[in-house]
Write a protein that binds this ligand. Structure first.
Ligand code: S3P
Length: 182
């Protein structure tokens, strides 16, 4: 294990990727082992609104939820050394990606539709997947989103079959390489 706990990032790390790509698990691990503050965008929005994601979608629609995401990203700009677990759709708006890049590096977590399906199949707090929990739907939506995910990413990590610790080590190592190149 690399000794990175002393390292403090002068920017934020934004984890992006499809629902169930492991953003929350990785941000938990990074905050615990690398002494970083952690923010879950979905969770923060739920707390601020006093409603679940499904309730927000039902009551106000997706556009309203997307605006909440944009506002939250703007608020995060005066922080650093924070790992931010984004919602799966956050980078679909170009403005959101612009806001992230103002003070952050964007890390894309990839997983196969089969892995995603296994991770999301028992949960009911993802309105876009309700009634659509199958690998064909997941794969289609992932392909639709792929260009925007890839365009947003400063670096990409394939997570299939890898342990959380190994993913985090790879992530930190790649970020340090990126810093050296700047
Ligand atoms: C969404 C992903 C969800 C949540 C909302 C919409 C999406 O977050 O923000 O249900 O559009 O992909 P997770 O990726 O954390 O599940």
């Amino acid at each position: 294990m690399m000794q990175q706990t002393e390292h403090s990032f002068s920017y934020n790390i934004f984890l992006i990727g499809f629902m169930g790509s492991g953003k929350s698990t990785i941000s938990d691990y990074l905050s615990e082992h690398y002494a970083m503050e952690k923010i879950e965008m979905d969770q923060t929005i739920v707390q601020n609104e006093g409603m679940s994601i499904s309730e927000i979608f039902d009551a106000h629609g997706e556009e309203y939820f997307r605006n909440l995401e944009t506002n939250l990203l703007i608020q995060l700009q005066n922080k650093k050394n924070v790992v931010i677990s984004c919602g799966g759709g956050t980078p679909m708006r170009e403005n959101n990606v612009r806001q992230m890049k103002k003070n952050g590096k964007v890390v894309l977590l990839m997983a196969s539709p089969e892995t995603i399906y296994e991770r999301v199949k028992d949960s009911h707090d993802r309105p876009l997947l309700e009634g659509n929990k199958n690998t064909a739907f997941i794969s289609d939506l992932m392909e639709q989103r792929r260009p925007k995910y890839e365009a947003a990413a400063d670096l990409t990590i394939q997570t299939d079959g890898k342990e959380c610790a190994a993913i985090c080590e790879e992530l930190i190592q790649k970020l340090m390489e990126l810093e050296k190149r700047l």
